[in-house]
Write a protein that binds this ligand. Structure first.
Ligand code: NDP
Length: 764
């Protein structure tokens, strides 16, 4: 007689299909126009959206033109004054009503999402839609609190929002909820493959009584997205999608004063230590890379396993993979549904072929014919294998082993991305140590792919910048509510004077790199004039000097690892030494500026150990930490005004937060900053923490902006603002245009840090 286990093993699944009737009824309303100014427009030039599981046409949807985008932006602009002028409580009620309405139509949303995207109903029903609802509820709360919690801040205005096809409704919620809570109005473009739940959402806006024009939806392909990005009436762009398009958008918005947040691709590590609960970690992999067909930006796609357990782990993983069911998205027992579009399937197969050609050994489960991809595991891979380095966006994991924690970190960080990481170990000390060392915006400990409206999400490096969710996500939809919020119009930099000799005095300052005074690589200097008087000579720094300075800054990583208290002590000492050397600085700056600089050193010394992160209250049993981390190496392009204070106003907050900096002082008056090197040298500031390169600011700034090893850039020179934003697209570093180059405060500290969200199990 068979045992119960045997029966369970051999028993086949019966069909458990969710009916699609509810969605078919709704689809009968098509063909669909856009949603602009509170109404659906008549259908225009159409494109089809299909069910990837059956290839059947679901609906005809309108391709958005430049005129459509213009009409939507105008509607959003017209709605902005009234919407942003509403008391927070009134906005909260609208957002709450949206949450309630989505909840009432959860089933329709889930089924429609499955049909359009191909994802399993279990995931749409249990993850996408509830999380979208949670997002609106959470942000109804922020609308209520925004005036109190973000005093002095106001909305950007009209937000252009562009979302991908992997979580269509959820990404819409992540974008629209905080934008509305902050008082913005929006124009959203859903992905060409998956526009339907956004159109259903438009109906929800009508049902919830949202004022016309507050939310506008324009459907279409990438050209529609590009038109939205280019539109002059848009104040902020929020984009989720591929790194390549993110780069294009960075270039397109350069110099336009549009705020920008980019949530891009990833190739996230999933690290399993020998002491991990291996069965739990195997289930973790299921959720990391086989969830949502692997079409997840933060998917744990690179499995790194301690060598001691690698064989055992691989055996367990392959057994589990073999049991995954691939098939009809609407079947409640389906684990992996259809790939969103045949083009995406071709891309996955291409990458698999490349990975095998590079020596990878592929194990794959079963999948039906059609637009389906069986779950896959590739082993015997080297770091250079395309399946290891490229984002596949399919249900494909690669597996490598490591011997030591250091090697695990090295492998984990051996990617140009930095979105997420999962760490599996029963040793919390080890897990937290690794969490601090991996380059990722989100880290899950003994878990993976957890999301919550109150947990910041977003990446670093080529995974983009900005956060969505929680307080940090709200901050991205606000800007200082000052009348002069627009930055100063670009002014050309004064040309560098020709070198000339100085009467009797022959003092040429040097660059300050790696804690030492260095001659410029060019061997040249330029004259610095105060009015008509020659004040001295400054080194004519070049690209090469910037590169040397970046290298020196990288070596000074101990500064970032120091406690805030230690950094504070050093900044206080710097302040003291500025007092002692004030007289010698008087030759280069007025006394009032020197006094203000001394005060600034004490101010940021005070902040160094107080700019805390937070613990967020998320829905699951986790302590969700939002740690404020230094970027590492930053470039600072200081302004022309008040050259000593202007230099320290950027350098001090950046280093107080643990960054090492390469700063270009005022082009026309760099001597005060160069003279400061004497004070830095005696103030216990370790070599390489502050590097000073004077010279032609435009060239130096461009080198800093384009340098892959500079993680963030501040720019207080409006003349080069556009150029640095464009040049920064290479490694997608965040660029902060400093609107008040002589100011101080939290804005500077926020811009000097990025949030790393760490989910630690608690009470589970
Ligand atoms: P895209 O980055 O092309 O698409 C994301 C969104 O941007 C879509 O709405 C798209 O429109 C729109 N878009 C495309 N081009 C432009 C443009 N020039 N200006 C403004 N908006 C534009 O991703 P794909 O859909 O092409 O997917 C390709 C790859 O990107 C995937 O294989 C995956 O690796 C990655 N990806 C990453 C995502 C993430 O969450 N990080 C999400 C989706 C994809 P439309 O699609 O309608 O043409």
């Amino acid at each position: 007689m068979p045992t119960i286990t045997e029966i369970l093993d051999t028993m086949d699944y019966g069909p458990a299909l969710e009916s699609d009737a509810i969605a078919r009824d709704w689809l009968a309303r098509g063909p669909f126009g856009h949603f602009i100014g509170g109404n659906f427009t008549p259908p225009g030039q159409m494109f089809e959206t299909r069910d990837p599981a059956s290839d059947a046409v679901l609906a005809q949807v309108t391709q958005g033109t430049d005129q459509d985008v213009d009409a939507a932006v105008s509607a959003a602009r017209a709605a902005f004054p009234a919407w942003s002028g509403l008391p927070g409580h009134a906005r909260a009620r609208h957002i709450y009503a949206i949450a309630r309405q989505i909840q009432k139509r959860e089933r329709l949303f889930s089924v429609l999402e499955c049909l359009d995207n191909g994802k399993p109903i279990r995931e749409a029903r249990d993850i996408d839609v509830p999380l979208a609802v949670r997002h609106f509820y959470h942000h109804a709360g922020w609308a209520e609190l925004v005036a109190e919690e973000f005093a002095g801040q106001g909305p950007h205005g009209v937000c252009g929002q562009i979302i991908p096809w992997n979580f269509p409704l959820l990404m819409l919620a992540w974008k629209i909820a905080p934008a509305l809570a902050a008082g913005n109005t929006v124009v959203l473009k859903p992905a060409e493959y998956t526009p339907l739940t956004a159109l259903l959402f438009a109906e929800i806006c009508i049902e919830a009584g949202l004022p016309a024009g507050v939310v506008n939806i324009v459907t279409g392909d990438g050209t529609t997205g590009a038109a939205l990005v280019a539109h002059e009436g848009v104040d902020k762009i929020a984009f989720t999608g591929s790194t390549n398009v993110g780069r294009e958008i960075r270039r397109a918005t350069a110099g336009t004063d549009k705020a920008l947040t980019l949530e891009l691709g990833g190739k996230s590590p999933f690290i399993v230590f020998a002491d991990a609960d291996l069965d739990a970690a195997v289930e973790g992999v299921v959720d990391a890379i086989w969830f949502n067909q692997g079409e997840v930006c933060c998917a744990g796609s690179r499995i790194l396993v301690a060598e001691a357990v690698a064989g055992q782990f691989e055996a367990k993983l392959r057994a589990r993979m073999g049991g995954l069911r691939v098939g009809a998205p609407l079947d409640k027992s389906t684990d992996i549904g259809a790939i969103v579009h045949p083009r995406q399937l071709v891309r996955i197969h291409d990458l698999l072929a490349q990975g095998q050609a590079a020596g990878g050994v592929l194990y794959q489960g079963q999948a039906p014919n059609g637009c389906f991809c069986a779950p896959a595991l590739m082993v015997e891979v080297s770091p250079a294998n395309p399946c290891v380095s490229e984002e596949i966006f399919g249900p494909v994991a690669v597996m490598m082993s490591f011997r030591t924690p250091d090697e695990a970190v090295e492998l984990a960080n051996n990617t140009r991305y930095g979105l997420a990481a999962s760490i599996w170990s029963e040793n919390l000390t080890q897990a937290m140590d690794i969490a601090a060392r991996v380059k990722a915006g989100v880290v899950w400990i003994n878990a993976t792919n957890l999301f919550d409206a109150n947990a910041p999400f977003g990446g670093t490096r080529e995974s983009g910048f900005g956060r969505e969710g929680a307080r940090a996500g709200m901050a991205a939809y606000l800007r200082p509510a000052r009348a002069d919020a627009k930055p100063v119009a670009p002014t050309p930099l004064a040309p560098l004077p020709q070198s000339a000799s100085i009467g009797g005095l022959d003092r040429t300052h040097k660059l300050y790199i790696g804690g030492a005074q260095k001659r410029a690589d060019t061997g040249q200097s330029y004259s610095v004039l105060a009015g008509d008087t020659l004040q001295g000579h400054a080194p004519f720094g070049s690209r090469k000097d910037i590169r040397n300075a970046v290298e020196a800054a990288h070596k000074a990583s101990a500064w970032t690892a120091m406690s805030g208290h230690q950094r504070a002590q050093i900044l206080y000492f710097l302040g003291e030494n500025l007092v002692a050397r004030a007289d010698s600085l008087c030759a280069f700056a007025p006394r009032s500026e020197i006094d203000a600089s001394i005060a600034r050193a004490f101010y940021y010394a005070a902040w160094a150990d107080k700019f805390d992160g937070s613990v967020h209250d998320t829905q699951s049993a986790h302590v969700t930490l939002a740690m404020k981390e230094a970027f590492g190496v930053m470039g600072l392009v200081c302004g022309e005004e008040a050259p000593l204070l202007g230099f320290l106003s950027l350098v001090l907050p950046a280093i107080a937060m643990g960054n090492r900096v390469i700063a270009t002082p005022s082009q026309s008056a760099p001597l005060a900053a160069l003279e400061l090197a004497q004070v830095l040298a005696i103030s216990d500031i370790p070599a390489g923490v502050i590097n000073i390169v004077s010279g032609p600011v435009a060239d130096l700034a461009q080198t800093l902006a384009a340098h892959d090893d500079v993680a963030a850039l501040w720019c207080a020179q409006p003349a080069v603002a556009e150029m640095v934003e464009r040049a920064s697209a290479g490694n997608l570093k965040p660029v902060w245009q400093v609107s008040d180059p002589l100011g101080q405060g939290r804005d500077y500290l926020n811009a000097a840090t990025q949030i790393k969200t760490i989910w630690v199990p608690y009470g589970a």
